[in-house]
Design a protein around this ligand. Structure first.
Ligand SMILES: [Zn+2]
Length: 135
């Protein structure tokens, strides 16, 4: 069973369209250079509305994580145990993205673990950015 699929809206559509093509893009203020995720309508640093999506390296470190063992969440029954991670991207301190840790055993998860993005294709039109250990 598939997990729930993300539904793009006006703000998040460029993120999901890039993910479908296997690219991680993050919203960036064109005035102050600050990165934001999840996307927002205004820069909280300089209040500019000139925000655009730019490619990022896809590299980061695990800021925190939780091992999910609950089989009651529909669409995730077949995946437990799996690791939900907050990844701090290398582009900016506290620029975090929530995803799953893949290509690793739950016991391998560590705060500070170097990771890189990879894409999990759920359907022809939807791919999820996920993270795997950088070895
Ligand atoms: Zn700004």
């Amino acid at each position: 069973m598939l997990p729930p699929l993300p539904v793009a809206d006006e703000l998040t559509r460029p993120f999901w369209e890039a993910a479908r093509k296997g690219q991680l893009v993050i919203q960036r203020c064109q005035e102050s250079g600050r990165w934001f995720h999840p996307p927002r309508p205004l820069c909280t640093c300089c209040v500019s509305s000139d925000l655009a999506f730019e490619p990022v390296s896809g590299r980061g470190t695990v800021y925190t994580f939780v091992v999910m063992r609950d089989r009651r969440v529909r669409g995730f029954q077949d995946r437990v145990p799996y690791v939900n991670v907050w990844v701090e991207l290398e582009e900016q301190p506290f620029l975090t993205i929530v995803a799953n840790l893949v290509d690793a055993e739950p016991k391998e998860a560590r705060i500070g673990m170097p990771v890189e993005v990879t894409f999990e294709r759920l359907t022809e039109d939807v791919a999820l950015p996920q993270f795997r250990p950088r070895r």
